[in-house]
Design a protein around this ligand. Sequence first.
Ligand code: NAD
Length: 449
Amino acid sequence: MQSSRDAVAPGDVVRANGGGGGNSTNLVNGNNGEWDSPMFRLAQNQFLLAAEIMELDDNLRERLLFPQRTLLVSFPFRRDEYRQVETVFGYRVQHILTMGPTKGGIRYHHDVNLGEVSALAMWMTWKCALMNLPFGGAKGGGRLDPTDLSRGELQRLTRRYTSEIIDMIGPDRDIPAPDMGTDPQVMAWLMDTYSQQVGHGVPEVVTGKPVVLGGSLGRKEATGRGLVYLIQKAAEQVKLDLTNAKAVIQGFGNVASYAAEFLEDLGVKVVGLSDVTTGLYDPAGFSVMAVTDHIKQHKRLDSYPGGEKVSNRELLELPCDILVPAAIQNQITGENAGRIQCRILAEGANGPTTLEADEILSEREVFVLPNVLGNSGGVIVSYFEWVQGTQNYMWSLEEINERLHKILTEAFHRTLLRARRDGLNMRTAALIEGIRRVAEAKLSQGVFP
Ligand code: NAD
């Protein structure tokens, strides 16, 4: 790696107070200051492992280890019961501003914290760079349980959250999108709130909005579709015949439900499914359409009449060829990785696998599609949506899916080539591909002033 001494004054050492402190080669085990959380430590340690292998300059390592901009707000939120006013914490984090505007989803979840949002923003940076998209990574969140809110409450909360972060976002500044707990409707309210404030309609300020408001065809299903394109590539590598394969999928939200549908279209039997209420197992395979209809009507899986109930932990260890974690982080750990039975682990979720689990999975030769590669279909079609919005294009679904497939296939082969050539696992190979691009951009840009 070229030295960043080209870009900074000789002998200049960047030190982060409370962070790596000039010694970022070591894994981060705490002392991350404001950002500290298990998920942020996971993202940092994945980055540091890759940085070590690519011999990334220390100054750059320090700069990339923490987000560049962080906003933490607390704001009042009025429930339908008029006199009940609650305080909500909201976040927006921009990891790297060098690559263009920043891009990343908004998560509503009762456990969201600054460290989690920062980890998600960092992964967005590597993901966009791996896909050669002109964005840095960002993420936002609200610490709340969206399943507990009426439609009116969700709208009020979203509008207030948007006005709290409004100075940070914009179509050429930072462009939000859906993540866990948010959907096209939430994006529509976010876009409308922003547009009301600036005085004219600005659909390009968000992606993942309804098509009728300028959303892109194919965006809603893009993350699941992209993951399944990659599973097809992985299956070729491990010589798995998908028409005889079984899949277990954790979660049944946006990513999981579309992944299930597209896998079923390829002839894969979906034998395990789950949501926050339960896991379900049926060795004969579920009808994905029947489960989807049930969720539309009843919102939860524990009332579904088919399959045997299992816990979300048991679900991960069911016999299958393809395991798709597509819910929350920290699911496959040093404790259960040895019992996981799949040949392909396709990460729809962000951060589902710990570093200890990665080692075990590598030893067991499980083919891993890491989150920065596996779930990038969403941000790729978000990029298409942003381009269509800023340029007033209207692309057909065929054009969208064709371009998505091309970008993902190229990124898959680049990652696989690096993994094979350098004897790395797919995660580290994908991270190195992304980090290298960001590091080069940082070096070209130099340090201001
Ligand atoms: P979603 O809100 O649509 O669905 C989340 C699903 O996870 C639901 O079925 C929910 O019941 C389930 N769940 C929640 N808590 C759980 C728990 N403790 N145990 C088991 N299941 C639980 O969210 P989504 O948009 O599908 O996102 C899922 C994951 O995919 C997240 O990690 C997110 O960051 C990642 N992701 C999403 C997108 C996107 O385009 N939506 C893009 C990239 C990555």
